[in-house]
Every structure is written in structure tokens, then in C-alpha cells.
Design a protein around this ligand. Structure first.
Ligand code: ADP
Ligand code: MG
Length: 699
């Protein structure tokens, strides 16, 4: 490495420093105003910015530009145009206009739109999002954009996210002004997504059709050792993993992504990366880029990065913790309880708004993390349960109890940590311990939404969170708006008290993995949406449609189209998995099993021919066992094949999703169980693809 990290950091980003250097003063000021106040940008300003951007990009080796957007596939999309413009005489110049910067017209016909746009109306538009900085990757200038249809419907994940941030901003500022915080002019949402992933050897990966086609293993017995020793969590990094992580950090830093923490996770071959938090819109873009870079850098190291939620059966899957808070333009974190949370009415209002939001829209929160992959994690005693609840910790719970019951809240003294060793420094304990089993936990000055799957865009969950909290704040404002300022404190106290009474059922500080909690949650009337097919219909529930349309996040049509896309995506994912499994069983697993059975049979025949008196009962028993398994696997595969065909024939999507979940997936589980049971009898050279032992312990 030649450059120091501070010089390297953001070197491929058209950030504020570059803008200040490259833009005429008045243009720079106009652009800053647009970014900070969400105001409209004039074309002459855009033209100047385009020229500066192009010059900077060309200086840094770029030849192309692309409007980078986030269609409903959950991935990012890009189409590259070069800067060249012929000027006659066989010559070109490098050119880029304001119009090209602000608007693009990709042919949108092949992106999922859930019926919003017929294929013959292929026109779609991308529009520059100046609040997320442009960057260079692979010698192309990337311009973050929103993607919409000819008639203005959002076809992407960025547009609704921006809308949700604006609505939360508006409602939060209204309440703050009511509470006398007139210096606040804007509130933004901040997120810090912690990203889990697996690394496997590329040569091994390439031998597994299931990993290639579905991102997860559909077959594979546990090796003698899994994660039971818990020796991988925070363990020393192996040299190959460490080299990968260093390389990844540097690539991310160049893109201005503040990668901060890295460590080994619980499962073998599992790791985590966390950035420093940022404004929601930028953090979402950065998380998409991080996932892409994780894969790209892995390739350079002869590795493959698996972002699937459950690549391996029997060990932990991967999630993404979405740390979330709100910050004012004056730098105040609205979820910071301060020294005396019981007296901090501003904190209590915002805390209660979050609690009310999560309680009233718990089903939408669940929808926002629903995917075929995540279904393998939620509720499987390794990730949060599928039931949404909130962990507040002892101190805040005590604060809320005292408000609800009008009792005195005696603040606990900070307790000095007793380590029993004099040489160690003295420090104070945190007021709350951690609770890893909670789906939505208060962690000191932010909430951590832990149900997200590792592969999804974090846009969706934050759209729901922002909008639901905005709605709670809107209702609080309506309750408080006519209160004279000298009675405000009392009025807020009353409001908080009522909100606690109405929403305390969502608060649960216990162990979320237990059977008792499932029963208790049902008694409390909380949702327990076990699968994607069960969760998705809640997206179009009337109360949820009212929430989104009321805040202009989605139109009714946009909601229905997204519901369709999610259902279709779920069915397609399971269809591909079922087909891949059939292929592996019929063309790889059963032939291997037959080959080995044949070997045993011929050896048995040879022995018997030579020594007719010899007892070969154990070998006969093995032969019989393998043949019985062969039969069972063969029949289970036939059933899976027949049910997959039935699923294909279903035209009603919701019905198909339920059928895939209840029938096709359970066929796959039964088939897998049989195949995995016999796998241990098969020698390595017989199995035509690498087993778990090799995949999990080879890097
Ligand atoms: P922990 O390890 O306890 O989960 P950390 O302090 O390491 O918590 O933070 C985890 C993530 O939360 C990091 O990405 C961090 O930047 C992010 N984070 C911290 N403060 C905030 C905040 N106010 N808003 C959003 N994210 C935050
Ligand atoms: Mg965390």
C-alpha cells in the first residue's frame, strides 16, 4: 500500500471535498443546498456539476458512466455509457451533460414491476439522487439514482426509502418544535448494518450445483465437528481470511464506506463486518456495495463469499443487524436517554413512538424481512424468533413501570466493575446486559433490528420503521398540539403513560428462544408469522395500506405490485431449489450410491466365490441398508418431482406460495433427511461433490 489510509479513504468518491475543489463557488453552494434541504436542482447547476464530475472521473481513469439503481430484484442494476462523443475527423472528446447526469432512460421491461408496467410500456426513468455521492468503480463513474416508471410509480427500493425519511423528518420536527426545540430544522435516520457472511474455497464451491444455483447447500450431513465448541466466535483470524478482510477493507475505504469492525462469527467459516453508521440512504447504498465487494474480493482470493441466510444445515445462518436511530441537524441523537431518562421527556416521546410503531406494525416489520432464505433462520433458535417483540433492558423497563404506576424511579448507581485483579483498569458496568434472542433490542442509544437476512437490501425494513414511527409521532402531535406550553410536561407525561399501557404487550425482556415465549406471545395477541407465505398477505392488510398511502410512501398499486413481486420471487426461489435438488439426486447422488452398492456387491460375490463358508453378515447388512436407502431416496425424489409439477400448474400466486412452503419444502426436507443419513457410509472419492467437512474447514 502506497497511500496512508486517510488519503486512500474516499479517494474514489465525488464527495464534499472534491465538490468544493472542483465546482465554482455559487454552483457548489446551490448543490449543497439541494443536498441539505432536499430542494430542486436547476439544469444550469446540473450542467456545471456534470462537467466537474466528468473531469474528476476521467482524471481518475474512468471511461464510462452509469446510472446505478436498485430495482425490486434486491440487487443493483447498471448500464454503462462511455463519455466519448465523435467530433468528426475520426476524433472524439470526453463529454457528459447535466441532462445525462440527472436523468436516464433504461429499457425497464425486464425488471420486475408486479404488473405496474406492461412490457410494451417499457419506458422507465432513472433520476439522480444527489444525497448519495457518486463514485468510481472499475473505471466507471457510478451515479446513484432512483428508478421509476413512465407514469411515475416507484420501481425501486430507493424512492420509497427517501420518501420515508422525508415523512419521518417532517413528523419528528413538528413534535420537537412543540417541545420547544425550535433550533431543530431537520431530523435524519441513521443506520449501521452489521453484515454476516461465509467464506468457502472457490474450487470446492464450483463442484456444488446447489451452491451455484441456490446459494445454499440442499444436501450434506454434519461433519463430526460443527459449532458446538464455540471456538470460532471471535477466534484468531486465519491468514487467508485475514488477507481477504484487509483487502476488502481497503476496497471499501476507497469507496468511502466506513468499514470498522471485523471478526469470526459462531459457525465455522462464518464472519462479520460492521461499518460506522451513516444516514439511512447512504448506508443502504453502502450496504449494497459492501455485499458486492465482499463477493468480488473473495474471487481474487480464490474464495466465494456466501451471503445466503442459511448456506449450511445444522449450524448458524447469517443475518444482518440493522442499528437504527434518529439524529437532529443540531447533532442530538433522539434515542439517547441521557443521564436521567425518567426526566428526559423528549427521549420518552421518541422511545414511546418507536414502541407504539413496532407494536402496531409488527406484522409489517415481519413482512419487511420475509424471504425464502430467512425462513430457515427466524424461529430456528439461532436467530430471533419470528415473533416481533422489543427488548428494553432493566433500567428503561423500570423507568416505564414507574411512569405507568406513578411510583418513584430511583436511578441505579453506576456499578464499578469488580474484576478482582488490581492491575486491570477500573470501569463502570453498562446499565443493561445484552439479549441476543430479541428481534428488536434497545442497545443504549439506538435500536437494533435483528431479524434481517444477510442477503436482503436493508431498504425495506427501514422504510417500514421510518414510516411506522412517523405515524406514531403524527398521532402524538395531534394529541399534544393544542396544549399550552406551561402544561406541556404534564401532557407529555399523560401521553407517555397511556402509550405504555396500550403497547407494553410488545415489550419482552426474557429468552425469545423458549416454547413458553411462543405461548405467552400468543396469549398477548402478538403475531407469530412463521413463514414468508404466511407473512406476505399482511403487506396488503388494510391498516398497512392505509399507513403507506397516508404518508405517500407507496400508492395502493405500488403496494400490490410489490406484494406480487415478493410472492413470485418466493415461488421462483423454491422452484429453483426443488429442481436443483432433483438434478443433484438423480444425476449425482443416486448414481454414486449405486456405484458404491455395486462395489460392495461385487466384493461380496468375490469373497463368497473364493470362500463359500465365510460369514459376511455385516457386509450383507450394509448392502441391504444402502439398498433400502436407495429405494427411500428414489421414492422421495419422485414425490418431490410430482409436487413440483403440481406447484408449477398453480396460477394463483398466494396459493402457490403456500403450496411451495407446505408441500414442496417438506418434500425437500424428507429427501434431504434420507440422503444425509446415508452420506456417512459413502467414501469421499464416491461422493461427486465436496462434503460439509471440506466446505467448512478448508479455508
Ligand atoms: P454492538 O457491538 O453493541 O452491537 P456497536 O457500538 O459496535 O454495537 O455498533 C454496532 C453498529 O451500530 C455499528 O455499525 C455502529 O456504527 C452502529 N451505530 C452506533 N450508533 C448508532 C446510531 N446512533 N444510529 C445507527 N447506528 C448506530
Ligand atoms: Mg450488534
Amino acid at each position: 500500500m502506497t497511500k496512508g489510509i486517510p488519503e486512500l479513504y474516499g479517494s474514489l468518491v465525488f464527495n464534499n471535498r472534491v465538490m468544493r475543489d472542483k465546482l465554482p463557488k455559487d454552483i457548489y453552494r446551490a448543490l449543497r443546498k439541494t443536498i441539505e434541504n432536499n430542494t430542486h436542482l436547476e439544469l444550469d447547476v446540473a450542467n456545471s456539476v456534470a462537467v466537474a464530475m466528468k473531469e474528476w472521473a476521467v482524471e481518475n481513469g474512468a471511461t464510462h458512466f452509469t446510472h446505478w439503481f436498485q430495482p425490486m430484484t434486491g440487487h443493483t442494476a447498471e448500464k454503462h455509457d462511455s463519455f466519448i462523443t465523435p467530433i468528426g475527423d475520426g476524433q472524439v472528446i470526453m463529454d457528459f451533460s447535466g441532462k445525462e447526469l440527472v436523468k436516464g432512460e433504461p429499457d425497464a421491461s425486464s425488471f420486475p414491476s408486479g404488473g405496474l408496467r406492461a412490457t410494451f410500456e417499457a419506458r422507465g426513468y432513472t433520476a439522480w439522487d444527489p444525497t448519495s455521492p457518486a463514485f468510481i468503480k472499475d473505471r466507471t463513474l457510478y451515479i446513484p439514482t432512483a428508478f421509476c416508471s413512465y407514469s411515475g410509480e416507484a420501481l425501486d427500493k430507493k424512492t420509497p426509502l427517501l420518501r420515508s425519511m422525508e415523512t419521518l423528518n417532517k413528523e419528528a420536527v413538528k413534535i420537537l418544535h412543540l417541545l420547544g426545540k425550535n433550533d431543530v430544522t431537520s431530523v435524519s435516520t441513521t443506520i449501521g448494518p452489521e453484515q454476516e457472511y461465509f467464506l468457502v474455497d472457490k474450487a470446492l464451491y464450483e463442484k456444488r450445483k446447489d451452491l451455484i444455483f441456490t446459494g445454499r447447500t440442499l444436501l450434506g450431513a454434519m461433519p463430526p465437528k460443527g459449532q458446538e465448541m464455540e471456538d470460532h466466535y471471535f477466534g484468531a483470524l486465519k491468514p487467508r481470511v485475514s488477507a481477504y478482510m484487509h483487502d476488502l477493507d481497503e476496497e471499501l475505504w476507497k469507496l468511502g464506506i466506513p468499514a470498522k469492525t471485523k471478526h469470526n462469527e459462531v459457525a465455522p467459516a462464518q464472519h462479520e463486518l460492521a461499518p460506522v453508521f451513516d444516514t439511512a440512504n447512504i448506508a443502504v447504498d453502502h450496504n449494497q456495495l459492501t455485499m458486492e465487494m465482499m463477493k468480488k474480493v473473495a474471487d481474487r482470493h480464490g474464495l466465494v463469499c456466501l451471503l445466503h441466510e442459511k448456506p449450511f444445515e445444522g449450524i448458524n445462518g447469517s443475518g444482518k443487524h440493522n442499528n437504527w436511530s434518529m439524529i437532529t441537524n443540531t447533532g442530538v441523537n433522539l434515542l439517547d436517554p441521557g443521564r436521567t431518562p425518567a426526566e428526559n421527556i423528549q427521549f420518552l416521546v421518541f422511545l414511546m413512538a418507536v414502541i407504539k410503531a413496532v407494536d402496531e406494525y409488527a406484522d409489517l416489520m415481519r413482512v419487511s424481512v420475509a424471504s425464502a432464505g430467512n425462513d430457515h433462520r427466524l424461529g430456528a433458535n439461532e436467530a430471533p424468533p419470528a415473533i416481533v417483540s422489543i427488548f428494553l433492558g432493566d433500567e428503561l423497563t423500570a423507568v416505564l413501570n414507574s411512569i405507568e404506576n406513578d411510583t418513584f424511579f430511583g436511578k441505579q448507581q453506576k456499578i464499578q466493575m469488580e474484576t478482582g485483579a488490581a492491575v486491570l483498569p477500573h470501569f463502570f458496568k453498562d446499565n443493561t446486559d445484552r439479549n441476543r434472542t430479541s428481534p428488536f433490542a434497545f442497545t443504549g442509544n439506538k435500536f437494533e433490528f435483528r431479524m434481517l437476512g444477510s442477503s436482503i437490501s436493508v431498504a425495506g425494513p427501514n422504510i417500514v420503521l421510518n414510516t411506522a414511527v412517523a405515524e406514531a409521532l403524527r398521532q402524538f402531535y395531534e394529541e399534544l398540539k393544542d396544549t399550552p406550553s406551561d402544561q406541556m410536561e404534564e401532557a407529555v407525561h399523560g401521553l407517555v403513560k397511556r402509550a405504555i399501557f396500550n403497547h407494553k404487550k410488545i415489550i419482552f425482556n426474557g429468552n425469545g428462544y423458549t416454547e413458553e415465549w411462543v405461548k405467552e406471545a400468543a396469549a398477548r395477541g402478538l403475531y407469530n408469522l412463521r413463514s414468508t407465505s404466511e407473512a406476505l398477505p399482511h403487506f396488503i392488510a388494510e391498516k398497512n395500506v392505509a399507513l403507506f398511502t397516508g404518508h405517500h410512501i407507496f400508492t395502493r398499486e405500488e403496494i400490490y405490485s410489490r406484494y406480487e413481486i415478493l410472492l413470485e420471487n418466493y415461488c421462483k426461489t423454491l422452484h429453483i431449489e426443488a429442481k436443483t435438488m432433483q438434478d443433484m439426486i438423480c444425476r449425482e447422488f443416486l448414481p454414486a450410491l449405486m456405484e458404491y452398492t455395486d462395489k460392495i456387491a461385487s466384493s461380496l460375490r468375490a469373497k463368497k466365490a473364493l470362500l463359500p463358508e465365510l460369514s459376511c453378515s455385516s457386509q450383507e447388512q450394509l448392502l441391504e441398508k444402502l439398498s433400502v436407502y436407495y429405494e427411500e431416496i428414489f421414492r422421495a425424489e419422485e414425490k418431490l418431482e410430482a409436487d413440483t409439477a403440481k406447484a408449477e400448474a398453480l396460477t394463483e400466486m398466494q396459493e402457490a406460495a403456500v403450496f411451495y412452503y407446505e408441500t414442496v419444502l417438506s418434500d425437500m426436507n424428507a429427501l434431504r433427511k434420507a440422503a444425509d443419513s446415508v452420506e456417512k457410509y459413502l467414501p469421499d472419492e464416491i461422493l461427486p461433490y465436496p462434503n460439509y467437512e471440506k466446505l467448512l474447514f478448508s479455508v
